[in-house]
Design a protein around this ligand. Structure first.
Ligand SMILES: NC(=O)c1ccc[n+]([C@@H]2O[C@H](COP(=O)([O-])OP(=O)(O)OC[C@H]3O[C@@H](n4cnc5c(N)ncnc54)[C@H](O)[C@@H]3O)[C@@H](O)[C@H]2O)c1
Length: 284
């Protein structure tokens, strides 16, 4: 399509199937002239279609659990070898909460699961950046991106411990953005995306209502995965060389809204409390 990423080399974490945001980013990056490698963890590689995408984009898949530092070292080393040089951009598109999967409410969290949520969804971002820096794998002026959600700033029913993971993810972008910016001009940012119908997204309780609410609240409507991919491409390109340590909302305006007419029309129908089977009000 274009040449925004001509000559650039990138690593895409988190393409599971053709609904994945990372899948769209991988396709768009190649369309814009980049060479990339793909990586995901074992279970995803067995259950998902990452290998199909690699075939289509003429690249390799490097299996790695993003919580495992040795695996991450392998990803950067093998990517450098395959792509023939330093890495210009990295996408962290990884999220998973066992508490959300098991429908555990926020006031009934399992703490082992909570730690897993934080490790997979946020600390893996730190591990990835720390490994990249130790191996000096990212080129001067490179760009590292994570994907976040507005639940880091505001409370959303059903998002549970993923909200805490996203708050941590955004903080890591700032803390490492300072260090990596000073040492090698590398940008670190997060994009805060609209709710999007993907495998991870559909795990959230009441997700379809959330998508609808958010769409009705946003003047531009929800941003979809293709539009998110476009924003990621701009952030990987040389057009955003001085943007770092930011959480960038890509949400059709949702995060600046209080109440819209469309939402008001919809929600004046009922303000009944949400109750469990015993008639007790559910808060979390
Ligand atoms: N879908 C949404 O509504 C939405 C909104 C805002 C932000 N996001 C974020 O976008 C990112 C991508 O999610 P998605 O919606 O495309 O869903 P997805 O399910 O397609 O992607 C999640 C990815 O995380 C990977 N993953 C899970 N555990 C891993 C591990 N231990 N090691 C390596 N990879 C692991 C999965 O295999 C999968 O590829 C996530 O960070 C998610 O929180 C999603």
């Amino acid at each position: 399509m274009g040449n925004l990423l001509e000559g650039k080399k990138g690593i895409i974490f988190g393409a599971l199937n053709d609904l994945s945001i990372a899948w769209k980013v991988a396709e768009r990056a190649v369309e814009e002239g980049a060479q990339i490698t793909l990586t995901n963890y074992d279970l995803a590689l067995r259950m998902g279609d990452t290998h199909k995408l690699a075939e289509k984009l003429n690249t390799i898949v490097i299996p790695a659990d993003a919580t495992n530092v040795e695996d991450l070292e392998k990803v950067f080393e093998e990517s450098k070898k395959f792509l023939g040089g330093e890495i210009d951009f990295v996408l962290h598109s990884i999220g998973m909460s066992p508490n959300v999967r098991k429908k555990k409410r926020y006031d009934e969290l399992d703490y082992d699961m909570f730690q897993k949520t934080l490790d997979v969804s946020a600390i893996s971002f730190h591990k990835m950046i720390q490994v990249a820096r130790k191996l000096d794998a990212v080129a001067e002026g490179g760009s590292i991106l994570g994907l976040s959600y507005v639940a880091a700033q505001r409370t959303f029913f059903g998002y549970s411990d993923m909200a805490d993971a996203k708050a941590l993810l955004e903080s890591i972008a700032r803390s490492f953005g300072y260090i990596y910016g000073r040492s090698k001009g590398v940008r670190v940012n997060t994009i805060s995306q609209s709710p999007t119908l993907t495998t991870a997204g559909s795990g959230i309780r009441g997700f379809e209502n959330l998508v609808d609410f958010s769409n009705k609240m946003s003047p531009l409507g929800n941003a979809d995965a293709d539009e998110c991919a476009n924003y990621c491409i701009v952030m990987f390109s040389d057009l955003t060389k001085k943007v770092t340590m930011q959480n960038l909302f890509h949400d059709g305006g949702f995060s600046s809204m209080g109440m819209s007419l469309r939402a008001m029309n919809q929600y004046e129908k009922s303000f009944d409390d949400y109750k469990d089977e015993h008639g007790n009000i559910i808060y979390s």
